[in-house]
Structure formats: structure tokens, C-alpha cells
Design a protein around this ligand. Structure first.
Ligand code: UD1
Ligand code: CA
Length: 452
């Protein structure tokens, strides 16, 4: 659809969050609230996307660095949502088209619903369309005083409502579409209300006084337009989102043993017949293949896990894990590590920025960092790569089929050839050519105890 622009209101402090950060940078399922709204607006490709910032604007802006299409305007003093919207006049004052306006604290708003608001505004010839929802608990929201099912008479805020008006179960979701009469109406706003603010919602009354119609459409699922004002509401939406995600996964053939005891991000992809055990935390940007098993207290973020892999009690971040890999219990895989098919990384081993090629094993108490490990390598218990000289990190290369005995120190930079055997307890400081045996440790002596 063409010929519409969007304004997102995000200048408020969000005092009810009781936070030193602005409300809209608080995260829902790992993603800041402001990004949720921007993402669902951006897919519509509006002519302009204007964001009103104010309180702690700088800390909001750092979450927007990759959104170069956003035009930011500032509301210096937080004098209310209507005053906030007026700041966008500088950019959209002469714009000929519809203007979608939404609060930045409605993260689950759908792009399709936003479009239907614009369509409705055009179809009905109204000057504004308000997105309305029926709820059993309207507390805190603006109530819709309606002429009839289609047209809105006014919106009354909780604090200004009479006890009769407070009974109304139809509420304002904070999402609207206006025609160009918007600016005229905003200039007429007054702050003669309990909060002494310029309410955006009062434009409804003003437009009607100007002889215009204000229409509404109803969204059925109240969760979609849930406004987040408090930490409690944030956690309610988080739970709802998680519940939805879990249902989707269960419907697609994933087993989740205890649905109340896992955390799975909204964007996780998990293949059929994978099993998620209690205590698992799957953070953003994770895909897990088919037939995987993810066991207790594992944390996975920004990683791809191949089919039939098993992860137990482990921390996996920024990693690519191929098929049939076994990780854990108690492993730490991080920072661009790649584990190829059939690799095993076991108890208390850490892998950082390394490639471990197919069928290799790092099973016990090892640190492998900045290393390239070939295929079918056995890294013995307690082996570590000494990759850091206090200033720089250095690389270690281990050729395929080499056997690294237990408790070996590989002092980087160092290259171990293929089919090498390193004796346990060696400290390796020089390269080892392929097919050689290396030992680098003090020879054991046995002496009489007497005279020591
Ligand atoms: C608002 C609506 C209410 C609606 C509810 C839906 C008003 C007056 N009331 O109430 O009818 O039911 O949303 O969730 O709009 N903002 C600014 N500058 C300000 C004040 C607010 O930019 O000076 C922004 C906030 O950042 C926020 C939005 O406007 O994104 C709404 O403000 P908020 O304080 O959350 O309003 P509610 O009390 O939730
Ligand atoms: Ca709100």
C-alpha cells in the first residue's frame, strides 16, 4: 500500500518500569521493545518512519544504528503523547497521505493490523481510526466512549474517567491512523486533565468538533496490543510469547518435556523429533536440527546446531555445530567456533574461535582457543593451548589423526603435523612434523629417601 507514513512515540521515560533505562530499550524475548515495533512497521515500507525520542534519547538511539531509514525528532519535555506526536509536524506537516501513529510499548502489534487501520480510514472516509480491543481487565487504559459499534465519540483516560466510564471494557490500544487533519487537531490540544498532559487521545473529541468522523476497528486478541508499562506487564507478555512459541514447536513435532521449565526465544527454529529437557534456555538466533537432544541447564545463543546432536549442561554461543556432535556435560563453546560432524567436546572443556574437524574428541578439562584441529584427533585430558602471550593471541594447528596425550601444553604459535603422537605432560614449543613422536618433559628420577 502506498501513501502512508508512520510515527512511533517513544519519548516517555516509562516511570512505571522503575528503571534507570528508558522503557523501550527493555527487552522482550531478547529484543528491545522499540525494535519489535520498528520491525513490524518497517516491513510495510512506509513513505516516512518518524520516531519521537526524548527521555534518554541517546540510549535508545544506540539500538537503531542499522535502521538508516528512521527519521528521529526530539520531544525535549515530556508533556504528553499528543505533544510528542506534534514534534513530527516538522517532517510530516505538509505530507499528503495517512499517518499511522503507535506507541512504542506495543511490541506484538502485527503489520497486517496496521495496514487494516489505514484501509479502514480510507474506506470509511474518517479523519481517524482507532485500534480498539475488548478486555476483561481494562485498568490503566483509555476507555472508548462510542457512538455505536463503528464510530468513536471520545477516549477517556483511566485517571480522568467517571466510575461509569471505568466500567467500559473497550479500550484504546494506542495505535491510530489519521488523515492530514491531525496537525490541526493537535494544535488545539489542552492539558486540562488530571495528569496535566497533552493527550493524543483528545484529538478524537477535537476532530469531531471539527465535523470529522472517528472510526474504530477491533482486534480480537488483546495480547497483540498489550501495552507494556510495568515489569509485571513485560513478564506477562514474555510468558504469552513463550507459550505461543512452545505451542508452535510442539505442533511441529518437537518434544518439550516440561513446558513450564524452559525458555525458548520467539525466533528459535527446532527440527522434528528433537527433545528439549527441563532447564534449557534457548536465546535469540538459534536453529537446532532434527533428532537433537538438549539437556538440562544448557544455554544456547546465536548458534546453528546440526541434526542428531546432543548438548548437555553446556553453554554454546556464536558457534556452528554440525551433525551428530556431542557437547558436555559442562562444556563452553564460544566465539565463532565450528565443531564438525561427530565431534565430541566433553566435561569442563572450553573451545574458543577454533575449528574442530570431523570425529575429533576434546573430552576432558581442555582449553582449545584460536586453533585449527584436523580430523580424528584425540586431545587428551587437561591439554591446553597457550594461545595468549599477554599481548597477542596466537594460532595452533593440529593435523589430522594426531594423538595429543594428557596434560599437554601447546605453546602457540605452533603447528603439529598429521599422525603425530605427543607424550602426556609435554610442553610443546616447537612445530612437530607429520608422523613424529614428541616428548618434552623432565625425565623421572627415582632416588633413595634417605639423605633427602
Ligand atoms: C496510552 C493512551 C491510552 C491507551 C494506552 C495503550 C494517551 C494519553 N493514552 O496510555 O489511551 O489505552 O496508551 O497502551 O496517549 N510518550 C511520549 N511523550 C510523552 C508521553 C508519552 O513520547 O510526553 C509516548 C511514550 O513513550 C509511549 C506512548 O507515548 O510510547 C504512550 O505513553 P504511555 O505513558 O505509555 O501512555 P499510557 O498511559 O499507556
Ligand atoms: Ca503505555
Amino acid at each position: 500500500m502506498k501513501n502512508f507514513s508512520v510515527v512511533v512515540l517513544a519519548a516517555g521515560a516509562g516511570k512505571r518500569m522503575r528503571s534507570s533505562l528508558p522503557k523501550v530499550v527493555h527487552r522482550l524475548s531478547g529484543k528491545p521493545l522499540i525494535k519489535w515495533v520498528i520491525d513490524s512497521v518497517s516491513v510495510l515500507k512506509p513513505d516516512n518512519l518518524v520516531l519521537v525520542l526524548g527521555w534518554c534519547a541517546k540510549s535508545v538511539e544506540c539500538f537503531l544504528s542499522d535502521d538508516s531509514n528512521i527519521k528521529i525528532v526530539y520531544q525535549k519535555e515530556q508533556l504528553g503523547s499528543g505533544h510528542a506526536l506534534l514534534q513530527a509536524e516538522r517532517i510530516l506537516g505538509n505530507y499528503k497521505g495517512d499517518i499511522l501513529v503507535l506507541n512504542a510499548d506495543v511490541p506484538l502489534i502485527k503489520s497486517s493490523v496496521l495496514l487494516s487501520l489505514v484501509e479502514n480510514n480510507r474506506k470509511t472516509g474518517a479523519s481517524a481510526t482507532v485500534l480498539v480491543v475488548r478486555t476483561s481487565d481494562p485498568f490503566g487504559y483509555g476507555r472508548i466512549v462510542a457512538e455505536n459499534d463503528k464510530y468513536v465519540e471520545k477516549i477517556v483516560e483511566e485517571k480522568d474517567a467517571t466510575s461509569e466510564e471505568r466500567q467500559i471494557k473497550k479500550i484504546n490500544s494506542g495505535v491510530y491512523c489519521f488523515d492530514e487533519n491531525l496537525w490541526r487537531a493537535l494544535l488545539k490540544l489542552k492539558s486540562n486533565n488530571v495528569k496535566k498532559e497533552y493527550y493524543l487521545t483528545d484529538t478524537v473529541t477535537i476532530l469531531r468538533e471539527l465535523g470529522k468522523k472517528v472510526s474504530s476497528i477491533i482486534v480480537e486478541d488483546s495480547c497483540e496490543v498489550k501495552g507494556i508499562n510495568t515489569r509485571e506487564e513485560l513478564s506477562e507478555v514474555e510468558s504469552a510469547l513463550k507459550e505461543r512459541k512452545i505451542k508452535e514447536l510442539l505442533d511441529n513435532g518437537v518434544s518439550i518435556i516440561d513446558t513450564s521449565n524452559v525458555y525458548i526465544s520467539y525466533d528459535a527454529k527446532i527440527g522434528m523429533d528433537s527433545v528439549i529437557y527441563p532447564g534449557v534456555f534457548i536465546d535469540t538466533d538459534v536453529s537446532i536440527g532434527k533428532n537433537c537432544v538438549i539437556k538440562g541447564s544448557s544455554y544456547i545463543k546465536n548458534s546453528r546446531i546440526g541434526d542428531a546432536s546432543v548438548i548437555s549442561y553446556s553453554y554454546v554461543q556464536d558457534a556452528v555445530v554440525d551433525e551428530r556432535v556431542k557437547i558436555g556435560p559442562f562444556s563452553h563453546i564460544r566465539q565463532n567456533s565450528i565443531l564438525n560432524e561427530n565431534v565430541k567436546v566433553g566435561n569442563f572443556s572450553e573451545i574458543k574461535q577454533s575449528v574442530i574437524s570431523g570425529n575429533s574428541e576434546v573430552n576432558h578439562l581442555s582449553y582449545i582457543g584460536d586453533a585449527q584441529v584436523g580430523k580424528n584427533v584425540n586431545v587428551g585430558a587437561g591439554t591446553i593451548v597457550c594461545n595468549y602471550d599477554g599481548i597477542k593471541k596466537h594460532e595452533t594447528i593440529i593435523g589430522s589423526r594426531s594423538f595429543i596425550g594428557s596434560n599437554v601444553n601447546l605453546v602457540a604459535p605452533v603447528e603439529i603435523g598429521e599422525d603425530v603422537f605427543i607424550a602426556a605432560g609435554s610442553t610443546i614449543t616447537h612445530d612437530i612434523p607429520s608422523e613424529k613422536f614428541a616428548i618434552a618433559r623432565a625425565r623421572q628420577e627415582i632416588k633413595e629417601k634417605e639423605g633427602l
